[in-house]
Design a binder for this molecule. Structure first.
Ligand SMILES: [Cu+2]
Length: 200
């Protein structure tokens, strides 16, 4: 009885390990200065439901200045066509929610984000960064990648040290908690059936 409970528990935990936790994790793009602008920073891309949120932080800009920014096809220093327009950077920051765009659509290793000097002098690029391909973006989330790659090792550790079980689960979507709750109810039913069978 105790053994089957343990097996069920490990099976439940494997739900956490097997799910690609990094599939929707944010991606940070480093924006490097171009043409001696002294303007550099980051763009953080996050999937929010069916929309793509892009938050840009640039240092080295002039107070009050406005810099057009876009997601382009291609790569720095001279990316191709504009794929998505973004809110212009003012005072170093910009936040855009692009409706109906999935993060993965720009994680093919062939997209870049750049900032232009101004609307009137947009041909002068002041900052640019390549959006990493999905595999490279995942590599930056090491803990999740390790859990994905070694679910067996995790289960083994759980067997030898049951006291640490609850702490090994990474933050997970609600669906997984529902599955785990269903599993717990299942264990309860099995235990009850066995008790009943023994009694009769
Ligand atoms: Cu642009």
């Amino acid at each position: 009885m105790r053994l089957s409970l343990l097996v069920l528990l490990i099976a439940g935990l494997s739900l956490f390990a097997a799910t690609p936790a990094s599939a929707q994790s944010p991606v940070t793009v480093n924006l490097a200065a171009q043409n001696a602008s002294g303007v550099s920073g980051t763009a953080v891309l996050t999937q929010v439901g069916n929309d793509l949120r892009v938050v840009i932080d640039l240092s080295g800009t002039t107070a009050g200045s406005s810099h057009p920014v876009h997601i382009h096809s291609g790569a720095c220093p001279k990316p191709g066509d504009v794929v998505h327009g973004l809110t212009a950077v003012v005072d170093g920051t910009s936040t855009t929610l692009i409706a109906g765009v999935m993060l993965d659509s720009v994680l093919d290793g062939d997209h870049a984000i750049n900032a232009h000097e101004s609307a009137t002098n947009s041909s002068n690029y002041i900052s640019c960064g390549n959006i990493p391909a999905r595999a490279m973006a995942d590599a930056t989330t090491a803990p999740a990648a390790t859990a994905m790659a070694e679910p067996t090792a995790m289960a083994t550790a759980a067997t030898t040290q049951p006291a640490t079980l609850p702490k090994t689960g990474a933050p997970a979507p609600q669906l997984q908690w529902l599955l785990l709750a269903a599993l717990a109810i299942g264990i309860g039913l099995v235990a009850r059936q066995r008790t009943t069978a023994r009694a009769s």
